[in-house]
Design a protein around this ligand. Structure first.
Ligand code: PAF
Length: 276
């Protein structure tokens, strides 16, 4: 696998390839990322990943500085998964001058859920992903369903800007006890790690209740919030939404649904979701 740090060198390598499946990441890779790289190989014999911790998508009090940077270990994992190119720019390469042009996602897609608690987050994500896609020029780009709202925003961005690539979704990979894999799980203390699967269990209870015919969605959501609070969590939201645009789901609307949650456990913020 070639590790490339410069845009010019990546463009030259890309020009040799008829197709390329791309997995953008911020590094500190876990089995969820590796599953995306493996899935990417179903779309092209050439797989590229990127590792770049994108300052633009972190709020001023978020974990940009302490976000784990583990390039050597990540590169070994990607190589084993069959990736042939790794784009790993530093900040000066990605943002040689202050980024003053941004991608502004639709307000109705980013003022809800994560956007209520992470102002400007999706603008930062959309801007860096637009820039990465312009550099990498993949035929396919893979994003995990773990970041369900991010996937929805990026799908819409690619469609509305008529970008010439296919967005492919990867299923969430979970630990045996149900906890969705995330680079931020490493922040959990031992006792928090033991408690953490409750978030997924809560989503499963909501899914089961809806599948069994429960129609009072606000009551299901607030009951779940109270349950998490009683176990020491600080929930930010638990919401049953339409999958397509993440607007609130209505019991009489048969459109496919997903339940999404964000909650803090100690100093760590966890998100998860489950299609219903
Ligand atoms: O999901 C992530 O890891 C990041 O948001 C992404 C898509 C790599 C953009 O920085």
């Amino acid at each position: 696998m070639r590790i490339i740090h410069s845009v010019a060198e990546f463009r030259a390598a890309r020009a040799e390839l008829p197709s390329l499946a791309f997995v953008p990441t911020m590094g500190n890779l876990h089995s969820g990322h590796i599953a995306l790289a493996t899935q990417a190989a179903l779309h092209s014999p050439h797989v590229a990943a990127s590792i770049f911790v994108n300052r633009l998508q972190f709020g001023p009090h978020e974990d940009f500085d302490r976000y784990p940077r583990t390039l050597a270990e990540d590169a070994a994992k990607l190589e084993e998964a069959g990736a042939s190119l790794l784009f790993a720019p530093d900040e000066a390469e990605m943002y040689p001058q202050r980024q003053t042009y941004h991608v502004e996602p639709a307000a109705e897609h980013v003022s809800i859920l994560e956007g209520e608690f992470r102002d400007g987050h999706f603008r930062g994500v959309a801007t860096v992903v637009m820039k990465l896609l312009n550099i990498i020029q993949p035929t396919h780009a893979l994003f995990g369903k773990k970041d369900y709202q991010q996937l929805m925003v990026l799908r819409n961005m690619v469609r509305e800007f008529a970008m010439p690539l296919e967005v492919v979704a990867g299923e969430t990979v979970r630990a045996e006890d149900g906890l969705a894999l995330s680079s931020r799980n490493g922040y959990l203390t031992e006792s928090e790690r033991a408690e953490a699967p409750r978030l997924y269990a809560t989503l499963q209870q909501i899914r089961d209740a809806v599948r069994s015919g429960a129609t009072n969605f606000p009551q299901l959501e607030s009951g779940a919030v109270e349950g998490l609070k009683a176990s020491g969590w600080a929930p930010e939201y638990i919401r049953i939404c339409r999958r397509s645009d993440l607007q609130p789901a209505h019991p009489d609307d048969p459109a496919p649904r997903v339940v999404l949650a964000a909650a803090r456990l100690g100093a760590t913020r966890l998100i998860d979701n489950l299609e219903i």
